[in-house]
Design a binder for this molecule. Structure first.
Ligand code: GDP
Ligand code: MG
Length: 439
C-alpha cells in the first residue's frame, strides 16, 4: 500500500548523512509513483511533488544534520496542507436549528452517516432531529427509524404522498417548535448523478437554506469519489465532504485529492458500520497515518475521553508498589475495551500497522473473553494473591471457565511476568517517577 511504499522511500533517505539533489529527485520520483498508484489525482500529484521538491533542495535542508528527517517532515506538512491544513468544523448557526443536508450517490453511506452524526451531536449535548427524506427506497425510512431508535434521536417522517421537499419544510418547522438545535436531512441517492435527483436536492436546499451541505462519498471508489464531488459541487455548492468506508481497503486517493480538486474540506471520516464509527477529520492525523507514523493523537484523545483518570492514577500507584492483582487486571481490560476494536487501536500505534501486516497478527477479542472467564473463576483471595493457586485449583478454574489447564497456566505465568516487569519498571523510574506517565 501507499504507507509501506512511502516508508521504503523514507528509510532510504533517513539512512543518509548527506542528501544530494539527485537523492531528492530519486525519492520524489518514487513518492510520485506511490501517490499515482494510490489513485491520487494526477494534477494534484504534480503540484504536490513540485512543492515538496522546491522546499527540499534548499540549502538549510541539504546541510542539516538529518536531511532525511527534514524531508519527511516537509512531506508530512504538505500532505496535511493538501487535505486542508487544519480541522474543518461542522457549522453552527446562531439561529438554530443548524440545518445539515446530506447528499451523495446511493450506497455511499448517507443514511448511516446521518445517524452517526446525530450520535456525535448527542454526545456534545445537542438535540438533533433526523429527517427521513429518502422516500423512494421502501426500506430507507425504516432504516433511519431503526437507527434513530437505537441512539434515541427522533426521526421526522410524513405519511406517503408527501414529497421530500414537503417533508424537509415541515421538519424544519418541527425542529423550531421543539427546540432541536440540529436538523439532519437524509436524502435519496441514485446510482448516477441525474437531473431529477439534482432538482430535488436543489428544492430541498431552497426550502431549508442549509448551513451545511455535506457530500457523502465512498472512499473506496478513489478517483470516482472525487469526480462525484466535483459534479455535485457544481450544482449544489457543497460545504464539506464526509469520507466513508475508510476502514476498508482504500488506497488513499480520495482523501488526498478531494480538497485540492473541489476546494471542499473533508469534515468527517467514517471508519466502520457501527454507529460510533464517525470521527471529525483531522488532516494532520490522516497525514501521519498515511506516512505510517501512527495516529497517536487520536489514540490519546480516545483514551482521555474513555479512561477514568482517577482509576488510572490508582492503577499506576498499584503498579509502582507491586500491588497489582487479577482484579486490577480485569479492570484494566475493561478500560482498554472501551477504546474500541483492538485491531483499530493497533493501527493507531506507530509501527504497529506494519507489524500487524507483516506477521498477520489477529488481535483476538475471543482471547480476551477467555482471559476474563478464567479470572472470574478464581476466588476473591486467589485474585488478590495468585501465588496461592495450586495445581488442583488451576484444574478447577479451567473447568469452571470452560478453558484448559494450559490456558490457565499460561495466563498465570504471563501475569507473574507482567508484575515482575512492572516492578522493575517502577524501580527504574525512581520513587516518584519523573518519567513518562502511562498516559
Ligand atoms: P446510502 O444509500 O447513501 O444512504 O447508504 P447507507 O447509509 O444505506 O450505507 C450503505 C452501506 O454502506 C450500508 O451497508 C452501510 O452499513 C455501509 N457503510 C456506511 N458507512 C460505512 C463505513 O464507514 N464503513 C463500512 N465498512 N461500511 C459502511
Ligand atoms: Mg439512504
Amino acid at each position: 500500500g501507499l504507507t509501506s511504499r512511502l516508508q521504503n522511500v523514507f528509510s532510504k533517505l533517513r539512512g543518509k548523512g548527506k542528501v544530494s539533489e539527485d537523492d531528492v529527485n530519486e525519492a520524489m520520483r518514487e513518492v510520485r509513483l506511490a501517490l499515482l498508484e494510490a489513485d491520487v489525482n494526477f494534477k494534484v500529484v504534480k503540484e504536490f511533488i513540485a512543492k515538496v521538491k522546491e522546499k527540499s533542495v534548499g540549502k538549510e535542508v541539504m546541510e542539516s544534520f538529518t536531511p532525511g528527517m527534514v524531508i519527511i517532515d516537509i512531506v508530512n506538512k504538505e500532505l496535511t496542507e493538501l487535505m486542508g491544513g487544519s480541522q474543518a468544523k461542522l457549522a453552527k448557526s446562531n439561529r438554530p436549528p443548524t440545518v445539515v443536508m446530506m447528499a451523495g450517490l446511493q450506497g455511499a453511506g448517507k443514511t448511516t452517516t446521518s445517524a452517526k452524526l446525530a450520535k456525535l451531536l448527542l454526545k456534545g449535548n445537542h438535540r438533533p432531529l433526523l429527517v427521513a427524506g429518502d422516500i423512494y427506497r421502501p426500506a430507507a425510512i425504516k432504516q433511519l427509524q431503526v437507527l434513530g431508535e437505537q441512539i434515541k434521536v427522533p426521526v421526522f417522517t410524513l405519511p406517503e404522498g408527501n414529497s421530500p421537499v414537503e417533508i424537509a419544510r415541515q421538519a424544519l418547522q418541527h425542529a423550531k417548535d421543539n427546540g432541536n438545535d440540529y436538523l439532519l436531512i437524509d436524502t435519496a441517492g441514485r446510482l448516477h448523478i441525474d437531473e431529477e435527483l439534482m432538482e430535488e436536492l436543489k428544492q430541498i436546499h431552497e426550502v431549508t437554506k442549509p448551513d451545511e451541505v455535506l457530500l457523502v462519498v465512498d472512499a473506496m471508489t478513489g478517483q470516482d469519489a472525487v469526480n462525484v464531488a466535483e459534479s455535485f459541487n457544481e450544482q449544489l455548492t457543497l460545504t464539506g465532504v464526509v469520507l466513508t468506508k475508510l476502514d476498508g481497503d482504500t488506497r488513499g486517493g480520495a482523501a488526498l485529492s478531494v480538497k485540492a480538486v473541489t476546494g471542499c474540506p473533508i469534515k468527517f471520516a467514517a471508519l466502520g458500520e457501527k454507529i460510533d464509527a464517525l470521527e471529525p477529520f483531522h488532516p494532520e492525523r490522516m497525514a501521519s497515518r498515511i506516512l505510517g507514523m501512527g495516529d497517536m493523537l487520536s489514540l490519546i484523545e480516545k483514551a482521555q475521553a474513555n479512561i477514568d483518570t482517577e482509576k488510572a492514577k490508582e492503577m499506576e500507584r498499584k503498579m509502582r508498589n507491586a500491588e497489582f492483582t487479577f482484579d486490577d487486571f480485569l479492570e484494566q481490560m475493561e478500560q482498554v475495551k472501551k477504546l474500541g476494536p483492538l485491531d483499530q487501536l493497533m493501527d493507531m500505534i506507530p509501527g504497529m500497522g506494519k507489524v500487524k501486516q507483516m506477521k498477520d497478527i489477529k488481535v483476538d477479542e475471543k482471547q480476551m473473553g477467555r482471559v476474563e472467564a478464567i479470572v472470574h473463576s478464581m476466588t476473591k483471595q486467589e485474585k488478590q494473591n495468585p501465588d496461592m493457586i495450586n495445581h488442583s485449583r488451576r484444574k478447577r478454574i479451567a473447568t469452571g471457565s470452560g478453558t484448559t489447564l494450559a490456558d490457565v497456566n499460561r495466563l498465570i505465568k504471563q501475569f507473574d511476568e507482567m508484575r515482575r516487569m512492572m516492578k522493575q519498571f517502577s524501580d527504574m523510574m525512581g520513587p516518584k517517577g519523573k518519567g513518562n506517565k502511562m498516559m
